[in-house]
Design a protein around this ligand. Structure first.
Ligand code: PMT
Length: 414
């Protein structure tokens, strides 16, 4: 597989800067986008100009910076409607709480909001503000509505803020933003072209007797969404799934299993040609030590029944320590201490990435149509906001593809 270096050649990006301290990063952001071949034009709100000057942005972008809706000279150059049609993407970075609220209400009170209203290009919001302002119900509501209107919300990141508070609200790092812009414009069908991917999905069932079993609430939807998107993007997908009524996605080779031991055998059988292994299945950690050959009978004397369980093999850990080890991506379904437990699993199972899934939150995780994930590598963290599982699968596979590519040698990338 070959990787181009100028991944944004021909792309026209309108960078909309509003008035937050993170505006100082926009000079570097512009330079980095241009390094990738993008043509960047800048629009600044009045308050953005308090943080970074239009002259700086003009110098780095190589274009006049637009600041006013009613500037006859600027309108004579590229008028606001023309500018809104010019853009392949509008990137609002930093996007303040105020800008977000005005976008939510459909204001056209100055140049930037007017452009957003007039444009049919994808609009990305990179929020940046104090953590309490970000967490305020009004901001959360505004973002939720904007997301439903197909605005893309990238970030915010977490960490120490300009005001000294620690929490969510930092604009995503320049690197992260550039990577996401590149990923957005990368033709997705070719992202995984020819890559062999094994995905485990659904629950396992561990028999107790001929009619009973131990299992969990996994529906298989998340793993099937991953399989479906990966196959659409050109991967050769083997889906090893526990019992679920879901139909097999087009172009996916499916292997049906029942128990964890069967899932292990099927998984190990795919190693060798397998490039990427994704463990999305909710594997039962224990199985009955002995499966009763006949139905366990209830007796009138026994008020309690004791089952003796033994540990199941850890499938993804076995794959990750195999001599033909593929790139390994696990999931961590947690109801508390999400980051701590996910990072512990990343390490103990020797994985490359782990997708932490908060399954205590309503409306996501097990058996729901939506999900939200926080993905950790040993060094990086990526947030995937609540969305339907197909969209979450797309975002997760983009991250996996990007990270996987970094592990390839120059020879392998060809
Ligand atoms: O199927 P859905 O209804 O769509 O729900 C999706 C999901 C919630 C099941 C999915 O998003 C998810 O979080 N899957 C992982 C569930 C889980 O069992 O997590 P865990 O934290 O117990 O396991 C950690 C990792 O080890 C997982 O990659 C798991 O597949 C793997 N594992 C666990 C135990 C075991 N014996 N072998 C394994 O390979």
């Amino acid at each position: 597989m070959s990787i181009a270096t100028h991944l944004l050649v021909g792309k026209k990006i309108l960078l909309g800067i509003s008035g937050g301290i993170a505006a100082y990063k926009c000079a570097e952001l512009t330079r980095r986008l241009k390094d990738q071949g993008a043509d960047v034009r800048v629009v600044m709100t009045k308050s953005a100009q308090e943080f970074i000057t239009p002259l700086t942005m003009q110098a780095v972008s190589g274009h006049m910076v637009a600041t006013s809706l009613l500037d006859p000279q600027a309108q004579a150059g590229m008028g606001h409607i023309e500018l809104s049609k010019w853009a392949d993407m509008i990137l609002l970075a930093p996007a303040t709480a105020n800008l977000i609220a005005r976008l939510h209400s459909g204001f056209a009170d100055e140049l930037l909001t007017t452009l957003c209203l007039a444009s049919t290009a994808p609009i990305v919001i990179a929020p940046a503000m104090n953590m309490n302002m970000y967490l305020a119900a009004a901001t959360q509501y505004n973002l939720e509505i904007l997301e439903k209107r197909h605005f893309l919300i990238w970030g915010p990141g977490e960490g120490i803020q300009a005001c000294g508070d620690i929490g969510p609200g930092r604009m995503l790092d320049t690197d992260d933003l550039v990577q996401r812009v590149v990923a957005f414009f990368t033709p997705q069908e070719s992202t995984l072209q020819g890559i062999n991917i094994t995905i485990t999905a659904g629950p396992t069932q561990e028999a107790l007797d001929p009619v009973r079993y131990i299992s969990n609430h996994s529906s298989g939807k998340m793993g099937f969404a991953l399989a479906s998107v990966a196959a659409q993007w050109g991967a050769n997908v083997t889906l090893i799934s526990g019992p679920t009524p879901l139909p097999t996605p087009p172009k996916v080779r499916r292997e049906k299993i029942i128990s964890a031991q069967q899932m292990l055998t099927a998984s190990l059988n795919t190693l060798g040609p397998c490039d990427i292994f994704i463990g999305c299945a909710a594997v039962a950690d224990y199985r009955a030590k002995d499966i009763c050959q006949q139905k366990i009978k209830k007796t009138s004397q026994d008020e309690e029944l004791t089952l003796c369980l033994v540990k199941n093999p850890d499938i993804i850990a076995s794959v990750a320590k195999h001599e033909n080890r593929p790139y390994c991506v696990g999931f961590a379904a947690e109801t508390q201490s999400l980051e701590q437990y996910a990072k512990a699993k990343l390490k103990s199972k020797n994985l490359d990435l782990i997708a932490a899934n908060d399954v205590a939150k309503e409306g996501q995780g097990f058996n729901s149509d939506q999900n939200a994930l926080t993905v950790f590598s040993s060094r990086q963290k990526f947030d995937i906001k609540l969305a339907d599982k197909q969209e979450v699968a797309r975002q997760l596979l983009n991250i996996i593809a990007e990270q996987y590519k970094k592990t390839l040698t120059r020879e392998q990338k060809k």
